[in-house]
Design a binder for this molecule. Structure first.
Ligand SMILES: [Cu+2]
Length: 159
């Protein structure tokens, strides 16, 4: 009787572990590498987060939203050139093609942190939650770093 019960448990856990890889497929295979958040002086309302998003899955995925406790609003943004100026635009999603790495970087795609609820000093850690098109989420802890703002402007001008 007891033996049969254990056997049932074993087969149950076996089937659970077999179904594991199926559950883990999809956007769970997207990883965020080298995340960081731009340090901003006190009084600045906004900042941005950057990272490398690697889609190690066989299927395409997309980042559709992000959340963070440090900002009132978090949006996905890109930069577009308009009349020689680099302007930020809100976008609905960031496509993550299968097997590719998409760079979120200054002057390009980024996670916009709007309405900061605290000062972001170099060395601080910012918690980010990334939301994918299939509804799954992943958490990222991004260090706050100094980024030379003027240098970025200069690059944009050269472009
Ligand atoms: Cu932005």
């Amino acid at each position: 009787m007891k033996r049969a019960f254990i056997a049932t448990l074993l087969s149950l856990s076996l089937s659970l572990s077999l179904s594991g890889p199926l559950v883990a497929a999809g956007s769970d295979n997207v990883s965020a590498k080298d995340p960081y958040v731009r340090a901003v002086p006190p009084g600045m309302a906004n900042s941005a987060a950057f990272m490398q998003l690697n889609n190690g899955d066989k299927g395409d995925h997309a980042l559709v939203a992000a959340e963070s406790p440090v900002a009132q609003t978090v949006e996905l943004h890109t930069h577009v050139q308009e009349g020689g100026m680099m302007m930020m635009r809100k976008i609905e999603k960031i496509d993550l093609p299968a097997g590719q790495t998409v760079a979120l970087q200054p002057g390009g795609l980024h996670v916009m942190l709007i309405g900061l609820v605290k000062e972001l000093k170099p060395g601080d850690q910012v918690e980010l939650t990334l939301v994918y098109e299939d509804g799954s989420k992943s958490r990222v802890s991004a260090p706050v770093k100094m980024i030379q703002g003027m240098q970025m402007q200069h690059k944009a001008m050269q472009h």
